[in-house]
Design a protein around this ligand. Structure first.
Ligand code: DOR
Ligand code: ZN
Length: 375
């Protein structure tokens, strides 16, 4: 399925197993100059894996909302501050990348913890994982209405957004329906009960999620959108055999859902912004009898978003999606520096090697049109 990588490991920083082919721009080539984007949904992991993946994000994004589903999860401000320090310590020299930290909501999170989080100046949101929904979610919330209302009220006080993994976990609900049922049974009633709560519906996958977000108050409810949910449908899981590197949660959906999401993000709406959900797992943890959910897109994400907007004839709307809508929603300054994407075909490496193994990126071995400049 994937050719094996041949590249010697030469240090803690990740190296492509096969170098991208970089061609000189031709007369017909184009350049896109964008305000530096941010990634509003990112998994950075820790240890070797953090060292390996961080340079990919830091080279083309100014900031990222860093997800807290580590082992153990980041449930306190103190843990978030320590995790942030380890991220800063792993950054390439001279990088100005700014990690925006999050707390992992549990049934026992206290309102005082939210107070501490806001005062820290480095925690920007709280992540809701329904218990059992995805990777390292076993400590997540079992009963949001029964256990979390005082915490959510405190978040309203501090304008701290709730970032939602929107899937029910009831095994009786079909995997492909879990997002829709979550909206009907949890999210809509929650927003009705707490209309002041700022909510980001993360990695939306369905037309129902698009419609729901569009029906809410602008500036109060928004959604992040991943490259995979814009470019792939559920056929990609099975084409030519089982494709573990296209497996993520929420799982890819039907083509009609993909089209609805593309239409929404390329419409110019401010309610949708870039969140890769780049989620690296070592190759063996994907290619095994019980493979992990997660698609590694950090090194190619900007190229993929540009592809989506170009194919929709909406390149003029790309910058708002990558660089304006997110900070505007979070009440943060937009970045001031720029990044250039060149129309210059390049080959996505088959894998990236690091100390403890290798990571296979999304679209491994395929050719992409837009090549981002790096710092
Ligand atoms: O595919 C996913 N991978 N979805 C998630 O919600 C978590 C993520 C991970 O951390 O691996
Ligand atoms: Zn995620």
């Amino acid at each position: 399925m994937h050719s094996s990588a041949v590249s010697s490991f030469s240090g803690p920083v990740i190296t492509p197993a096969s170098k991208p082919i970089i061609r000189k721009p031709t007369a017909a080539s184009m350049e896109l100059k964008l305000t530096k984007p941010d990634d509003w949904h990112l998994h950075l992991r820790d240890g070797d894996l953090l060292q390996a993946v961080l340079p990919h994000t830091a080279s083309s994004f100014g900031r990222a909302i860093v997800m807290p589903n580590l082992k153990p999860p980041i449930t306190t401000t103190a843990a978030a501050v320590a995790y942030r320090d380890s991220i800063l310590g792993a950054l390439p020299t001279g990088s100005g990348f700014d990690p925006l930290m999050t707390l992992y909501l549990t049934d026992n999170t206290s309102p005082e913890e939210i107070e501490l989080a806001r005062r820290s100046g480095v925690v920007f949101a709280v992540k809701l994982y329904p218990a059992g929904a995805t990777t390292n979610s076993q400590d997540g919330v079992t009963d949001i209405f029964g256990k979390c209302i005082p915490v959510l009220e405190q978040m309203i006080e501090h304008s701290m957004p709730l970032l939602v993994h929107g899937e029910v976990t009831d095994p009786k609900v079909d995997t492909f329906d879990r997002e829709r049922v979550f909206i009907e049974t949890i999210l809509a009633p929650l927003i009705q009960k707490l209309p002041q709560l700022k909510v980001v519906m993360e990695h939306i996958t369905t037309m129902e999620a698009v419609k729901f977000v569009e029906s809410c108050t602008e500036g109060s409810v928004a959604a992040t959108v991943t490259p995979q949910h814009l470019l792939l449908n559920r056929n990609s899981l099975f084409q030519g055999g089982l494709q573990p590197h296209n497996y993520c949660l929420p799982v890819l959906k039907r083509e009609t859902h993909r089209q609805a999401i593309v239409k929404a993000v390329t419409s110019g709406s401010k309610r949708f912004f870039l969140g890769t959900d780049s989620a690296p797992h070592e190759r063996q943890k994907k290619e095994c009898s019980c493979g992990c959910a997660g698609i590694y897109s950090a090194p190619i994400a900007l190229s993929l978003y540009a592809k989506v907007f170009e194919e929709a004839g909406a390149l003029d709307k790309l910058e708002a999606f990558t660089s304006f809508n997110g900070p505007d929603f979070y009440g943060l300054q937009r970045n001031t520096s720029k990044i250039v994407l060149r129309r210059s075909p390049w080959r996505v490496p088959d894998s990236y090697q690091f100390k403890s193994g290798e990571i296979v990126p999304m679209f491994a071995g395929e050719t992409l049109e837009w090549l981002p400049s790096t710092d």
